[in-house]
Design a protein around this ligand. Structure first.
Ligand code: PLP
Length: 312
């Protein structure tokens, strides 16, 4: 959209740049606020999930709701609405924005300490915030077409014994450092190893490596990505065997192909890791096929829940 078109859209719909839900109201995204005293801000005591809307439909909405509700339980938080209420809020945010392609987040923060009670996380008022904003690519389309250049970061991912990576979280200190290191080393992005030296994940994506004809992804130290599940499903569909097991960085460097995957990007092939160049510096055939199939199946309505745009 051009700047002029964006301006016209925002003038006719205050939610065109995004819509948030907080404290029972829908507000334009620029008006959504969080207190500086919220433990989500002061202590990263927060969990979240992100589902995408493509061509007017949520993708794998139930899987994202399942994971978010599991994460909220794991952190001993409480939501002000049930699952159906949460889904209705997400539909409400997208519907008001009018977006057909959107990045849709649900966030639960620990909230503010209740006055007069001991300073303990159990004594905070948890807070739900949801929002829909225009589509975001973790790696842009040009990068996906040539294959991303990654480096194995010298910064290890935070220990899973300290912060459970299967509970989607904002503990990104390690990943932010890794992203700066990647830029300093002339790469697009980074892959982090866990404290045990095996491959964990990258800033906002999971990793797969094609080894001896099998698509392998780490079995621990990473978020159990919804897109990772899609890749496993697509591999089954095209007859590529898969393995979910510890993945050593040497195997990554010796693999025939490497790909990354995430909600905000889908299947994103890799053409370099460190000095290793795969497949003539372009996406390998299996990664390219998985990427194409992922989007083709979106068009066909795979795991799609149409957004209820109603009268908004
Ligand atoms: N790993 C991390 C740390 C992430 O933040 C994300 C997504 O944001 C992923 C992996 C990919 O997960 P999903 O496919 O569910 O988006």
């Amino acid at each position: 959209m051009s700047q002029a078109q964006t301006l016209t859209a925002v003038q006719s719909n205050p939610f065109a740049k995004g819509c948030a839900w907080q404290d029972g109201d829908y507000v334009p995204i620029a008006e959504a606020k969080i207190s500086v005293l919220d433990w989500g801000f002061t202590k990263s005591d927060v969990t979240y999930d992100v589902v995408h809307v493509w061509d007017g439909a949520f993708f794998r909405l139930d899987d994202h709701l399942d994971r978010f509700l599991r994460s909220v339980d794991a952190l001993r938080m409480t939501l002000p609405v049930d699952r159906a209420g949460l889904a209705a809020i997400l539909h409400g945010c997208v519907a008001r924005s009018g977006l057909r392609e959107s990045y849709v987040a649900m966030v639960c923060t620990r909230g503010l300490a209740k006055p007069g009670l001991p300073r303990h996380p159990a004594n905070c008022e948890n807070r739900l915030i949801a929002y829909a904003i225009p589509w975001v690519w973790v790696m842009d389309e040009e990068m996906q077409a040539r294959g991303a250049h990654l480096v194995i970061s010298s910064v290890p991912r935070i220990a899973p014994e300290s912060v459970d990576p299967t509970v989607k979280n904002y503990h990104w200190g390690d990943m932010i450092r890794a992203q700066f290191e990647a830029t300093d080393r002339g790469a697009d992005n980074a892959v982090l190893l866990g404290p045990d030296g095996t491959v964990a994940e990258g800033p906002g994506f999971n990793i797969f490596a094609l080894i001896d004809g099998k698509m392998v992804c780490p079995d621990h130290g990473a978020l159990e990505g919804v897109t990772r599940q899609s890749v496993l499903d697509l591999c089954a569909e095209i007859g590529v065997p898969t393995e979910v097991r510890p993945l050593h960085p040497d195997e990554l460097l010796e693999a025939d192909e490497v790909l990354t995957c995430t909600t905000a990007g889908g299947v994103m092939p890799v053409s370099r890791v460190n000095e290793r160049i795969y497949h003539n510096d372009r996406p390998g055939p299996v990664s390219a096929k998985l990427r194409e199939l992922y989007w083709k199946k979106h068009k066909e309505g795979w795991h799609a829940t149409p957004v209820d745009y109603g009268d908004n």
